[in-house]
Design a protein around this ligand. Structure first.
Ligand code: NAI
Length: 251
């Protein structure tokens, strides 16, 4: 497909996992793509790389302006940078709550704020936020992370309403557990990584983790000019985890 031919895109958190798969896919489908990341050292051609911390407004503004200058405009923003957090409300102190919300929620606001003036003048403007099944299903030991992604879901709807008349579509994807370096780190920290992986796989009706490429495909669908009627939607990419209720398999 070459639906992104002639378009430009910026992917935050694009140096790893879902963001990297998305940057690669958009480039394959014809876009000129820039990545914004804390550590973009592993990002190579044809992707452009910009170092920025989404919690630092000045670094975001500089990186977005530099990326747009190099790309020659901006049509697609993929707001994907995010961090995890584990535990119940008793397990994280105020500092950790502020840190995670600052990256996962305010980070998206900062990047969108810097990108909107450029998106307004695009004929095919789209923002896709990486949300999570944690926004729509109660998952154990994820109070802070879920609160952050619930906010991303609500933010997506509000932004879609605010900017629909600017011609900017805003949507999000809600992945289940995705096989990325992030989940690799989680498994590595578990007492029994193989058992933890099996439990995560069993939680998804497809019986396996989602791949980063599958989430990238959903992000590209929402960002594509072919999806001009899709705005204010949350697309689940979770192996059926949110929507299906299976009976136990017959033995
Ligand atoms: P990852 O850890 O492989 O990649 C995240 C990238 O974001 C890294 O390159 C990291 O350097 C960058 N990043 C982190 N903090 C940043 C900051 N302050 N400023 C700039 N860049 C920063 O993670 P993964 O799994 O690809 O996650 C990407 C997004 O997908 C996150 O928003 C996450 O919440 C979401 N997600 C992940 C799921 C999973 O199971 N892996 C499931 C549902 C959602």
């Amino acid at each position: 497909m070459s639906d992104f031919e002639g378009l430009t895109a910026l992917v935050t958190g694009g140096a790893s996992g879902i963001g990297r798969a998305t940057a690669d896919l958009l480039a394959e489908r014809g876009a000129r793509v820039a990545v914004l990341d804390l550590d973009p050292s592993a990002v190579d051609e044809p992707l452009l790389a910009y170092r920025a911390d989404v919690t630092d407004d000045a670094s975001v503004r500089t990186a977005v302006a530099d990326a747009v200058a190099a790309l020659g405009g901006l049509d697609v923003l993929v707001n994907n940078a995010g961090v995890g957090a584990q535990g119940t409300v008793e397990d994280n102190d105020d500092t950790e709550w502020h840190r995670v919300l600052d990256v996962n929620v305010v980070g998206m606001v900062r990047v969108a704020r810097a990108a909107l003036p450029y998106l307004r003048v695009s004929a095919h403007a789209a923002i896709v936020n990486t949300c999570s099944i944690a926004a729509t299903a109660g998952l154990p030991q994820r109070a802070l992370y879920s609160a952050s992604k619930g906010a991303v879901h609500a933010l997506t709807l509000a932004m879609a309403a605010d900017h629909v008349r600017d011609g900017i579509r805003v949507n999000c994807v809600n992945p289940g557990t995705v096989d990325t370096p992030w989940v690799g780190r989680l498994l590595g920290a578990a007492p029994d990584p193989a058992a933890e992986r099996a439990a995560l796989e069993a939680r998804q009706p497809t019986g396996r983790l989602v791949s980063a490429a599958e989430v990238a495909g959903a992000i590209a669908y929402l960002a594509s000019p072919l999806s001009g009627a899709a705005t204010g939607t949350a697309l689940a990419v979770d192996g059926g985890m949110q929507g299906l209720r299976l009976r136990q398999a017959a033995r």
